[in-house]
Structure formats: C-alpha cells, structure tokens
Write a new protein. Sequence first.
Length: 1125
Amino acid sequence: MSDGKMVKMPMPRMDSVTVAVRVRPFSQREKNSGSKCVISMHSRTTTTIQDPKNPEHRKTFTFDLAYWSHDGFQKDKDGVFISTDPSSTFASQKDVFHDLGRGILDSAWQGYNATLLAYGQTGSGKSYSMVGLGANKGIIPNVCEELFQAIEERERNQEYQVTFSMLEIYNEQIRDLLSRTKQPGGLKVREDQHLGFYVDGLKSVPCENYAQIERLMEQGTKIRTTASTNMNASSSRSHMVITIQFRQVFLDRDLTKQSTINLVDLAGSERQKSSGSEGDRLREGSQVNLSLTNLGNVISALADAATGKKVLHIPYRDSVLTKLLQPALGGNSRTTLIAAISPADICYEETLSTLRYAERAKKIRNRAVVNTSTLMRESKAENDRALLARGNSGMAEQPARPLAEAGPWARQLEQAREEWRQHHVAVAKEQWIMKTLPHLLNVNEDPQLTGVLKYFIQAGSCDAGRAASNAIHLQGLGISDKHASFTNSDGKVTVTPHSKCKVVVNGVPIVTKTKLQHLDRIILGSNSAYLYIGFPSERGSEDLTRFDYDFFQLERAAAEGVSVDKLGAASHGDGKTDPGMLAVFQDYVRLMPLVAEANQMGEELKKGLRMELKVKNLAASDSRGHELQKEVMVKVTNQRTREVWIWSKAKFINRKFLMEELYQRFLDGEDSHVAQEDDPFWDPVEVVHLGSAHIWLQSLAYSMKLEEQVEFMNCEGEEEAVVHVCVTPCSPAGRACGEEDVVIDPSELLGKRMDFQVGLVRCLGVKWLKEDAERGIQMGYRMYDLSSTFYTKPVWKMVNPQIEETVQFTALNASQEFLNYLQTNALIVDLWGLQEGCAQLDCSQSDLMVTSEGHIMVDTKKMSTLMDPGQTPSNQISELYMKLLKLEQETELLRDTNRALREENVFLKQSLEKVGSTQQGERLPHKPSNTLKLTWTAAHPPAAREMNQMYTRPASSDREFAKALKLFYHSMNQARGQLLRLRQEKPPEEDEMLRPFVQQQAQRLKDFGDALESSLRRLKNDVAVIVKKKREWLIPRGLSLGVLCQFAEIIAEVRLSAKGWLEEPQGLKGYSGGAWGSLVKHLTSAQVMISQFVSSLEEAHAGCAHRHPPQSRTRPTHREAGENT
Ligand SMILES: Nc1ncnc2c1ncn2[C@@H]1O[C@H](COP(=O)(O)OP(=O)(O)OP(=O)(O)O)[C@@H](O)[C@H]1O
Ligand SMILES: [Mg+2]
C-alpha cells in the first residue's frame, strides 16, 4: 500500500483502545521447516486464523486495523521493503506509521497523553514495528523525527520542550537505559498524589532535534545489549519503555499543554504452557513473567468492567509495568495496541492467544483529557516537588523528574548540550577507529541488539576476557577472566584460546593460534557470538545481516555433524524431507546453545549434572509403528550418582529460565544457595522410560499363539533389552487353543467370546542394569480400550530378570473395531528403569471389569452402554451378557436367511425380466456365467439349522488351509518385527563413503516393507471375501482355487521384492565393528529370515495345492475371486 492510496485512519471512539494486528513474513527458520501460513486478511479490519490441525475451523477477528506484511513486497535500492505492485496489499513500515504514529502525534499536539503498546510472542515482530531494523525504521524513530520536523515549522513565539527517557523492566527491576551506572536492585517506582506513579531517579534527557534522539536510542540499545549478555538474559523477556514528554508553552497566553507519550515494546508473550512451567514441578517462580501476566489481568479486569461486569479491583499495583501503564489502561491516555503475529502454522496456538488478548484489550475504555495548565500553577507545583525531592536524599545523579517538574528548562538544556558535545566527539572517534582497525561485532539472537557492541583489535597483542584489566573486556557465560588473546601484526589477526577456554571459529572449536579472515564467525564461551571485521583492505560491500544468530548456530551444528539426515529423517520417496523432521531439526539447533549454557551454569554452580539433547522417535510408542513425529528432549545425568532424568523441551526451557535467575544471584555475589526442592537443577529421582517393544497382535485375530523375543528400542532406535513374550488365545478356563481353533477369517470371531493371555516371561540383557547393577526395571502395557496400564512387579539388580507374569483378557462379544485393532496394531510394552529412591509404578489393578472367572474384560464399550455396572455384580453381567450374545447370534442367523431370500427374490425378478427381453429382442449368446452359478446356489438357501452347522464347523479343506495360513501369518509377523527393527537402525555416523549406500538401503527397506504390507492386505481381503461368500452358500465348492491362485501370485510378488534382499552386496561383509557391525548382523539375519519366509509361503502353497489341485490354470481376476466367484 503506497502513501497515495492511504485512507485516513478511522478515529476510534475517543475513549476506546485502538487495536491493530500485523502479520510478518516467514522467518528463515519457518521457511526451513516448511511452515504454512494460517493467517489471512480479507479487508483492512479483519484477520482470519485457520487451525492447521482442522483446516475447516477458522476464526475471524475484527479490529481497527489489520496489516498484511507477510508477502507482496520487495526491497528498494536503499533496502526498504515496499509493495511489489499497486495491487499488493502489503503494509510497509510507512503505512503503519501513517495510521498509528500520526494518531499519536495528533494526540500529543492536542495535549493528550498517548500510549502505544506492542504485544505478541517472541519473534512476532513487536520490535520491528516499534523500532524497526536498518533502513526499515519503525514507529518510534518516525514519531520522533516528525515531531521535530513539525516543531521546526511552527511559530517562534512558543516554546517546545521535548525530553526522552528509556528504561527496561526485567525481572521486576527497572534499569535506566540512558545511565551507565547500574542501580543495585534497579530503580524504584514511586507514587505522587498528583502525578501518579513515576520512576524515581530515571534520567530524562532534553532533546532539541531528532539526531539527538537517535543517538540516545543507540546508547540505550547498547546498554540493553551489554546487560543482556552480562546477565545471560534474553532481551525478549524484558519490556522496553520509551517515554517522550512533550510540552508546549504558549508564552503569550500563560498556558502550557503537555503530553506524555509512552512507547512500549513488551516482552514476548509466550504462555505458560509453551514456556513449560505447566507440568513441571517447579512453576516459574521467578518474577520474569510477573509484569506481563499482571498486564493481562489488568486488561481482563478492565474489559470486564467495560462490559458491565462488576469489578471491584483493578490490580495495577501488582507489578511494575502496570503501575507505569496505569494512565494508558483505563485512565488518562489515548491508547493503541499493536498485536504482532507470526503467520506460521507452528505458532497457531500462540497467535490465537494473541488475537484473543487483543480482543479483550479492545473493550477497554479510557478517559483521555487535554493536559493544560497555567504557568503560575506550574511554578507552584514545582516548588512543592522541590521540597519533596529534598526529603528524598539518596537520589541518583539526575533526580526523578517527570517533565512537569523539569525545572528551568534553559538550565537543563545547557547541561544536555555539554553532554552532547562530549558524546559527539566519542562517536566520531569510534567511527574513525571502525574504519581503520579490525574488530569484533556482537551477534545477538535479537536482531535489534546485533552489531551494537564493538571490540577493536589494536596493533600488537591484547587479551580478551571477563577481567576488567583486559584490553577487550567481555562478559558472558563461560567466558573466563583471561579467555583468549588476539594479535594484530604484519597485517594479520590471530586468536589464541587460553588453556581450556572455549573458542569456536566458523563452527569449529580451536585450541591453538588461528588466523582470522574477514567475516569469520567467532563464539567465545558457551554462546557469545561475534563477527570478525577484517582490515579495511579486506572489506567489500557485503551484507552483514546474512551472518545472524541463526547462521552461527546452524554452522556450529553442521560442524558438530548435526543434520536433518543425522537426526533420523527418512526422506520421502520424492527426495523431500519430512516437514515434521525439519521442524525437529530447527528445534534441535535452537536448543543446542541453550543446553551448552545450562551445562556451563551447572558447572559454575557445581551441580555435577550433564545435560544432553536427544531426539525421541514417537514411532516407538505408536501401536501401528508408523514413523510419526519426533521430538527433542533433554537427558539429564547426575555424574556422581548416575541418576537419570528425561526432560521435555518445554520443561528444559522453563528450567533454563530458573537456572539463569539462580546464576544471576551467584554472579551478583548474592546467596545462590537454594533449598533442594526449589533448585532448578534438581528433581526427585524418577522412573525413566527406557524403550518400547512392539508385539504385533495379528495372530490373535486368527486364534494363533505368538511366542517371540522382541527388542525394546530406545528413543534413538537402539536396543535396550529383549523381552520374551507369549500371546496365547485360550479357552475361558485358560487352556491354550490348538491348531483346530485357528480361523481363516477374523470376522468369524465377530460377536464371539475371545479369551487370550499376555505373558511376559523374561527380560534379557537389560542395558540399564548393565550400566549400574543397583538399578531395577518394570514393564508396562495397555490393552486396547482399557484405561489403566498393567505394570509388572519391580525387579532389581538383575540383568536378565525372570518376570513370569501372565494376565488373561476376555472380550465377551468381540467387536469389529477390536478385531480390526488386533489385525493392524501392536501391543506396546514399555520398559521402565527404576533407580534407587524412586517411586515404583503402581501395579495394583483396580476399577477394572472382570469376568466371573476373574479375567479382565476388554472391548467393553458396547457393554458399558447397555448396563450400569455400579448396580450389577460382575458375574451377573457376564451371564446377562452371554444371553444377549446368544440372542444376537440368533438374530444374525435370521438376518442371513432373510438376506438370502431377498436375493432370491431379486434373482427371480431379474430372470423374469431377462426372459421377457430375450424373447422380445435378439437371443443372448449362451455362456455359463458366474452370475448364473451364483444365483443358482442362492436360489437354494440352506435352512437356518444347516447354516448354523456351517457356521460352527469349518470344512476340512478349510482347516488345511487355515494351517497353511497360520504358518504364513506367523512368518509375516516375524518379517514385520524384523523390518521395524531394521528401519530403526541408525546408519554409522562417521563413514561418509557408505552413507549413500545406507540411504539406498533405507529406501529399499521401506519399499520392501510397503510391498509386504500391501501383498498381505490383498491376500487377507481376498481370503476374507471368499470365505464370507462361501459361508453364505454362494460358492458351492472349489473355493480354495481362487485363493490358491492369489496365493501363488502373491508369493511371486513377495519373492520379487525380497530379491534385492537376497542379493545383498557382499562388500558389506568386511565391516564388523560398531554400528556397521550391528547393521550387517541385522541385514544377514534379515536375509535368512526372508528366505525362510519365502519358503514357508511356498510350503503353505504346496500344502493347499496338494489338497486342492487347481482345476484350471487361469487365475480368476480379483473381481471374480472377490465378488462373483
Ligand atoms: N513486518 C516485518 N517485515 C519484515 N521482517 C519482519 C517484520 N516483522 C518482523 N520481522 C523480522 O522478524 C524477526 C523478529 O522480529 P522482532 O525482533 O521484531 O520480534 P519481537 O516480537 O520483538 O521478538 P522478541 O519478543 O524476541 O523481542 C526479526 O528478524 C525482524 O526483522
Ligand atoms: Mg523484540
């Protein structure tokens, strides 16, 4: 939107808060992780947000203004973002200023107080809108510039007084960003009867032109940057408040008009949920969030009051920020809120919460008045305040002075001019040095704070470190007193780390003297990042913004060998990486420096912990074993006691904030000792999830026993232990089913009683116990629809513990869902590690429904809706249920008969019609069609009694076939398990040459797995359809022929896809050690297994073929076999 098509902002009702929303472009990180845009703006006032998980679900918000800054822009020659073409709806910095900034200026000239607040999550663009970046200046500089421009143009018989102050609120402490001396504990907020709340001792600098304001802002940003690096605190957690006092003195009219303009860049608004204190034992006890949380409370209370609800108290006094913003919120100010939002789907929750916040703020009603006074009245007020100030003895260099009490303006101005002169000389000198000397520029996560600190490397040698005596005085986490030395001689600059100090150049840690090149990236200590600017002769016109914080982190990660592939991203067949995995990679890279910082703090505070980033593969806990998402988590180990904790990402972030606070106390020389339960580095010893095993339940659906040794895989896909498990279908009394009970089609079990036992026999080679013999384990699993988990009893101090725990489950009336579940899902058995002193997992089973025999009932959804278990004892339930079951079976039988009769009717009708039509028209060529055969049999449906017999007694040919199938399904199960394990196998990291081979291998594994699954699905479907038809007497005999032919074909398919496997490259055999060794082992055993599998298929086929010699070589088509046979 260009200036030309700007519409004048609709002035809001005088007393309501103006709310604007602005959506920014995708960040590089969002682009890298394949984010999608969930925001749309269809008019200048509406913002629509779409739920990425449920795209139908959209919510539209209407505010005073909606700014689309997401796309439709380009950079002009000065680097300013402008619309690509006139039709673009892009809102530039100018557009935003035009509406919001001008409104503020108008208010100021009229004598109203004005407040502009920027609200939004971290990185949403608050500072960009308020301050701007580079050539794209934000509202604050533009307001200041235009204010002075307008003053220049005004008449001379008036006096205009402008003062500027800049403060930061972090952790409920106020820091004056224009003062070099830090007040211990921060500045205090005081209250004056007339003035309200004000900051005592805050420097307020008189300004005569915009250049001075620019300089002050630079100065303030520099102090903010230093503070943020020294304290190792993220600037996004602090609020920045700039206050401009503007006074117009009408000398001829004995009148003054004054306005206070507050421009507030709020801290990132991450909710508790994503910042992780939810679900953590330690809630963020810190004050870091207090001001923001309380701002929300004040806004909610005011919104309630405005909508007529009874509100007794507005909690202004509960935090520093709300005290200072009292006039802006429900008081004497015209207020504007700009809600900054990210366009990305991954930020959906946060963005929605920002929009809701803005919606509440919109309801607030203010009562702004023009602030005028007579000069006489002012001078009296000033006397009073002078008295007040005298009573306030220990005041700072510049007393606390809201502008109204500024004292003789001329005197103040003179003092400021002197300071300007000194400052000007210093700035000119610095600029000259920058042009001549090589130097380091700081790189901060906040782009506004990047390039603010400069460290010059003078000729000769100089030390850099924490000690004030160093020529380069650096502070930051993990930076030692003497950290490194820089030399500048013979036109070369080198850096040498001192003893064990951490210095990383271009991602690679260095230990010896290293020559620096222009634009090298240097990280000192845990995470203090600098860009090296070489000699003038080396410099060109490079774009330094390329080397931002993310660049440093990605480079470091790459050098450490962290990549999307390495984190286990299986790329899709199309060569594109899974977007979920890209997001995990971004998370991993973002957390890497934070984990390094946390370790450094822990080391200095002597906590003896080691934190490591891990990627958790959620497929391990997915009962279908599909590769779902992955998640980053942090493993914490106590190096002395070997206790282990697993923290979620959110919990780690929460803890990191608390660690920072504790560490800050330590740096300040305060008591950093905390009670154990308040220590962010401490947690009670807990049970640790070690890994999961998948036990495929398919054989249960065919009434076949499964006995297997299955690996527990940890989150990284490595084997943690092996479990010996039996899943046995049995009679209600617990007698194991035999071969004669095997069913061909699981739907035969529909509505019947199914009993089965899950037995965990033994655990073998538990790594957790090998590492530390004092530990123990428990196993746990959840069966189908049961809400509670079955835990085995704890066993301690045994690497191969005998478990021998069997539970019998009963489905009284197996539902279709349950049968489907058995066929496609695995039982996930989790292995839990116990450590000394931790609470074990509760293995008592209460509130479960049991049968009269005492077995645990599953698949009870249908039952629970039928009866009230609270009133009926469980044995009565089972009896009633058996009766119901019988009734249902009878009904089903009657339905079958009914269906057959109906079909007969249809057939007769059709035959009649056909006869009629052939008599009328040409005779159809005679062909013994399947349809005819089929309908002929349907014309003679069996009596219900006969059907009943058929239903319960399978034909002997079926039994043979069932046996063959049993073998088949069993092999299939093993193949599946093995495939799953193989696919979780991680390729060896170090061997570059073999990487392509590993990738090819992974792809083949995937293809093979897919082929296997689809063949199996087809076979099962065909078998089921044919068996069903037969049961309905639609296929009289020779039924197995179709299946047999299908079978033969499927064997051929499986053989084909297994071919690659059986011809595994021999070159692999030379590798025996490490991860390669285990991969080769897996491959070899897979080869053996797959060839066994193929031969068992062939045997099964031969067995069937022997019983049912094919009558015809032609294989019926799928349609024939499935539908018309
Ligand atoms: N409208 C925009 N156009 C172009 N870039 C933008 C826009 N808004 C934000 N950005 C960029 O997005 C990044 C994050 O913005 P910004 O620093 O303003 O976020 P923030 O809300 O202040 O975050 P924090 O709470 O961490 O301070 C910056 O690199 C900024 O330049
Ligand atoms: Mg910011």
